[in-house]
Design a protein around this ligand. Structure first.
Ligand code: 3HC
Length: 690
């Protein structure tokens, strides 16, 4: 796991623990041993720490969290590294994250390749750095800059790291050679610069800025346990000596590892990675090459999808039926890129390059020479089938034909072609250029190589592709429909829109369902219910009055003078009471917890049905979809993980009660949920029958 080569007085220790050199017990022990050996070797004057692969070190091994610790601990190894009488220089060739950066900071020098990224992302896992990171980073770059970096968890580039003082130099050529030179220089000079001994960056001004940043962070997210812990740890470094402050950090870290928020975030981390693997699809499934793409439709979705390709460096042609729609669509895309360049999130050169990758064309015949065609036309089965039957005669053999439908039957769309094996769904979320989630809809006849290519393409587009089966609304929208239905019912039973929305934002969503409806437009659901059936008496009554939400200034709330946040409207309250009376529904009050249960348990129930039907392969896939497509609070781990934390018995019993209270039998717990509840089981342990 650690290769050791001694030459010219320098021992080069190379970590080799693919895929990301995570510092698991075996690697820690190997590193500790190799270090001791190099220190004992009289022919060695200096040590270089390098790593194989694209990642220097991806951090502590997250799979070990919550399990009994195997010695040596990372802090112990880093203490011995720090105390080495011979200088150690880290050669950071790729990402040095979390424990990886902590390892590098315990060295006496650091050089980095230009492509390296350095960061302490622990906050995103609900924890804080636990191997000296909260102490060494402030000593290198000041408590203010260090706190800012640890609070976002975002890594910095090598160049930025050098400017901040995290690394000594960025090396263009042979990184290990440069590290050797630096290590020998240190050995020759007799200097052993230890980050722990530094205090020059701990100035009163930097402390003041840190405290101001800390106060702001707490105000933004008062319930984030790890933000409070981070603040305490950084503050300890300003008030205690290094060893005492490291002990404070370690105690905070240990507590956080057991925090339900961290458990949920770790679940989300692994679920997201697992979702990329499609059961039954071998790794070596052949892929079809994709050099360029066509997108049919220049509307909001089509334009957004085209941007995903352009952003990933893949040329894309947007096809429309008439010039006006095409120009409007392309102008909107150009406007979005111009905005990004203006804000500085991309350079002007990058803006021009991306715009340059998008061309427009009129007429479906222009789709003839692309390896993939993504249809993003109007959400109507007739329209889609017409497009696909034409595409069948136009697209070149072997082209992947994808539909961006969010509800419709992909099998029925595939059936109008003579090549259903080439057809699948690619359900991008709006805005497509921003949202990471893509539901990859595998139809009955989709060929394995088409599916594998689509999943790969999703990753190439920097998206999070999750494979799902065909059903109305797939995974995400099918569950959302349950929440919407429960929301309407709550209104009729006595909870007003603002109370429901407050309970949902209190739960951790950025927006409540009714504010969301107003933003998306009530006409969308109204039309879809007209097409597909279903009733939402309150929302439909509002839509019938032309109250479409923000765009008409009135929906569930009022938006006077173009306001973005709605205010309560007594007319809506009266309308709800009237509709409830018409339906003979007695009204009562609901606590926020009751509202949450009424809205979310039916979603969990639908998730169980989705698993039983094989529409999603794993509960974690459902969680990944809800966290990344619908803003489910990641720290609650997604609906299925959350249900596990509530207890499936509680969920099942409540659902049976809701079925009685609402007269809706479909609220009865699904067989899978019922069984797990009876067995004291959890979704997380559930495996699809082979
Ligand atoms: N521990 C255990 N497994 C890890 C890991 C870690 N720190 N980091 C990545 N992995 C695993 C992934 O689960 C995945 O496994 P799989 O192939 O079985 O699904 C595999 O390594 C590859 O990971 P990615 O698919 O994410 O690979 P990428 O090349 O896209 O990204 C990366 C590499 C940027 C390193 C990314 O994996 C990443 O961000 N990792 C987590 C970084 C992190 O949060 N580090 C902090 C850990 S906590 C810590 O260090 C505590 C310390 O302070 C004490």
């Amino acid at each position: 796991m650690v290769r050791q080569e001694v030459a010219g007085g320098v021992a080069v220790l190379t970590l080799a623990n693919p895929p990301v050199n995570a510092l698991g017990a075996a690697l820690r022990a190997a590193l500790d041993g190799a270090l001791a050996q190099a220190i004992a070797d009289a022919s060695v004057r200096a040590i270089v720490l390098a790593a194989d692969g694209k990642v220097f070190v991806g951090g502590a091994d997250i799979t070990e969290f919550g399990k009994p610790q195997q010695p040596p601990s990372l802090p112990d190894v880093l203490d011995r590294l720090d105390a080495s009488p011979k200088p150690v220089v880290a050669a950071i060739g790729g990402a040095a994250l979390g424990g990886g950066l902590e390892l590098a900071m315990a060295c006496h020098g650091r050089v980095a390749a230009p492509s390296a990224k350095l960061g302490l992302p622990e906050i995103k896992l609900g924890i804080i750095p636990g191997a000296g990171g909260t102490q060494r980073l402030p000593r290198l770059i000041g408590p203010d800059a260090a706190f800012a970096m640890m609070l976002t968890g975002e890594p910095v580039s090598a160049e930025r790291a050098a400017a901040l003082g995290i690394v000594d130099a960025v090396v263009l050529g042979d990184l290990v050679a440069a590290a050797r030179t630096r290590a020998l220089e240190l050995a020759d000079s007799g200097a052993l610069p230890r980050v722990r001994d530094r205090s020059d960056a701990l100035t009163p001004e930097a402390r003041e800025t840190f405290e101001a940043g800390a106060a702001e962070a707490v105000k933004r997210d008062p319930d984030a346990t790890n933000v409070h812990a981070l603040i305490r740890a950084v503050r300890a470094g300003l008030e205690q000596d290094f060893d005492a402050a490291v002990a404070t950090e370690r105690a905070e870290f240990r507590t956080l590892v057991e925090d339900p928020r961290s458990k949920a975030l770790r679940h989300a981390f692994f679920a997201e990675r697992e979702a990329a693997r499609v059961p039954g699809l071998p790794k070596d499934t052949p892929r079809r090459p994709i050099q360029a793409a066509a997108v049919i439709g220049a509307g909001t979705m089509g334009g957004g999808i085209a941007m995903c390709f352009a952003n990933a460096g893949i040329p894309v042609t947007v096809i429309e039926t008439e010039e006006g729609a095409l120009t409007r669509g392309l102008d909107r895309v150009k406007g979005l890129y111009a905005g990004s360049a203006k804000r500085g999130s991309i350079t002007e050169a990058e803006r021009d390059a991306r715009i340059g990758r998008i061309t427009g064309a009129i007429g479906l015949e222009n789709a003839s020479h692309f390896e993939i065609v993504i249809e993003a036309a109007f959400e109507d089965m007739g329209v889609k089938r017409a497009i696909f039957s034409k595409l069948d005669t136009i697209a070149k053999p072997g082209a992947i034909l994808a539909t961006n439908t969010s509800y419709l039957d992909v099998n029925a769309i595939a059936a109008v072609t003579s090549r259903p094996q080439d057809v699948l769904g690619l359900h991008f979320f709006s805005p497509a250029n921003v949202m990471r989630l893509v539901e990859v809809v595998r139809a009955d006849k989709t060929a394995p190589d088409v599916l594998a290519t689509a999943v790969d393409l999703g990753k190439r587009l920097n998206k999070l592709p999750v494979t799902v089966g065909v059903c109305f609304g797939f995974v995400g929208n099918r569950m959302l429909e349950r929440r919407s239905r429960a929301g309407e019912r709550l209104l009729l039973e006595g909870a007003l829109p603002h109370a429901v929305d407050a309970a949902v934002t209190g739960f951790g969503f950025r927006m409540g369902p009714f504010a969301m409806s107003d933003l998306a437009g009530l006409d969308i659901g109204w039309r879809s219910r007209k097409d597909f059936g279903g009733r939402a008496p309150v929302a439909d009554s509002l839509a019938e009055q032309g109250r479409f939400g923000q765009k008409t200034g009135r929906g569930f709330y009022l938006y006077p003078d173009g306001a973005r946040t709605g205010t309560r409207d007594p007319e809506v309250d009266a309308l709800i009471t009237r509709v409830a009376d018409e339906h003979g529904i007695a009204r009562r009050s609901f606590t926020p917890d009751e509202i949450v249960a009424r809205l979310m348990y039916p979603m969990v129930n639908e998730g169980a049905r989705i698993l039983e039907e094989g529409i999603a392969a794993r509960p974690g896939d459902i969680d990944t979809i809800w966290i990344n497509g619908y803003n489910w609070p990641a720290w609650r781990g997604g609906p299925m993980h959350w249900a596990d934390t509530v207890g499936l018995r509680t969920v099942a019993e409540a659902l049976s009660r809701f079925a009685v209270e609402t007269g809706d039998d479909s609220q009865e717990p699904a067989p899978l949920l019922k069984r797990l509840a009876a067995e004291g089981g959890r979704f997380v342990d559930w495996k699809a029958p082979a």
